[in-house]
Design a protein around this ligand. Sequence first.
Ligand code: TPP
Ligand code: MG
Length: 609
Amino acid sequence: MKTVRLTAAQAMVRYLSCQMNCDGDPFFGGCWAIFGHGNVAGLGEALHGIGDEFPTWRGHNEQGMAHAAIAYAKASNRKRAMTVTTSIGPGATNMVTAAALAHVNRLPVLLVPGDVFANRAPDPVLQQIEDFGDGTISANDCFKPVSRYFDRITRPEQLLTALPRAMAVLTDPVECGPVTLAFCQDVQAEAYDWPENFFVQKTWKQVRPRADLDQIDAAIAAIKVAKKPLIIAGGGVHYADACNDLRDFAHRHNIPVAETQAGKSALAWDDALNLGSIGVTGASSANAVAEEADLIIALGTRLQDFTTGSWALFKGPNHRILSINVAAYDARKHDAISVVGDAKVTLAELSNALGEHQARSVDPALKISWIEAVDGVTALPTGNALPTDAQVIGAVQRSTDDDAIVVCAAGGLPGELHKLWKAAKPNGYHVEYGFSCMGYEIAGGLGVKMARPDREVVVMVGDGSYMMMNSELATSVMLGHKIITVILDNRGFGCINRLQMATGGESFNNLLDTARHVEPSAIDFTAHAGAMGAIAEKVSSVTELEEAMGRARKADRSYAIVIDTDPLPSTEAGGHWWDVAVPEVSVRPTVNEARKNYEAALKNQRPGD
Ligand SMILES: Cc1ncc(C[n+]2csc(CCOP(=O)(O)OP(=O)(O)O)c2C)c(N)n1
Ligand SMILES: [Mg+2]
């Protein structure tokens, strides 16, 4: 057997650079890295050595780098991914939140935190946490519950099995999620004689598991008898490249479609059968049909509470859920008629068997009146009041074209965007709402731009999320990956303040002006973004915002536009109840009142339906 002598770190980067995806592209777009003593000597030297074959990108925050990597994978429909390496200790644990985000959203990312010395010679090494009762624990054990595959590399040759296992998880539609290979820092530097064939180029085909035939039969029977079926399109539709298949299926069988946050943009917003978004942040048209549906066809969705209105949305008597999902875990939720299979091939099989079967048409007035509501709240405001989020969304929509990708994650904006954004093309809507992680937005926007350099990337972010993490804005400038960031400054955590008041609470500790501060806050976002190298300007109206968007689109570098907004209004049209537990006892009448309403609403909930 021919061998080659390399360090374990060199072997890792060489192996990763040889992995190809189904389109013939390298599976990895590169490696994000912040070095420390836990990875600079071993992995740092290896990454330098491999150069452009496996490019290294320097970020400013480990969580931010991982967000960029995860967004890259999402924008690539999971066909490509990135590696992220950190030092041990704080560098590693900074990345745990991002691991959880990838885990919830089932997105591939390879995390390689450095780890303590396997030989334990210098123990405790700088940043080692020292568990008194378990010598095998390090800070990296935090990754275990939020990794689909976790391994600790304590000998070089373990990579011979760990790396193929990592690739199998990253490229598998069911297991897909974060992989953590905690890499002991002494082992990174150790040499080993690797079999040369370990580094042969390997292509990872996209597998499309086909459903059990009895499951297909049961699904067909359910669809044939359904009088009022509704398809809910989730993220799985995108990851299976099934957007066109969904459109064809819906039209051939005349079944309307509603979209989740991850599914949005699967169908063009103006497709006659697209009823809009579903659930808590849904369109009135989609929710009205969902309430009466006798068959909910959940396609590639986890059915999280925002989709099901905390299981109070579907009110049709004897309604059933038919769940088509590549993951049995999801397909079997809520006693659904389960079809475990890839969305694309399953739709084709179902359609063949259904022949020319057509469901009953939905009243077109439902969608027309919803679009009127959307156009009303997003229209150019008249008067001098502070603009609403909806009006800002309208301005951004009017000043971008169909190719733009809007990026968001937390605050009031994801709900407003879910309701109001008119997504014209697949992947034009990128909202991370599995973890809804404040601080994802800008870093995520950078990752999206790296995956889709040909499309305009517009990050919409609240002041709270901006303050939580903005440093990858500087990275976007330095790497030359232009993003447009629209910062909506409503002086605080507007959506949580609204939720607080809706649950009977007093406005408290959410808005800057109702927090216990001694100095009124006066954060200059324009100066801040400008200091990081972006072109930045503040606008004082929605009309000015549209003009600024024109300048931003022409600019050759990242651009930030700041606009003050009203923290109180949100779009009243559409939407659905969401289960947020209200205190059972309180001395405050507003809470008691909210509790009464809460108990009444709970009567509509059908958990475990
Ligand atoms: C990391 C993280 N911490 C806390 C939360 C809970 N949370 C959700 S939205 C929000 C406020 C966001 O404020 P901002 O970005 O200004 O948006 P706004 O609500 O004002 O629209 C908070 C605290 C979260 N989603 N993520
Ligand atoms: Mg805010």
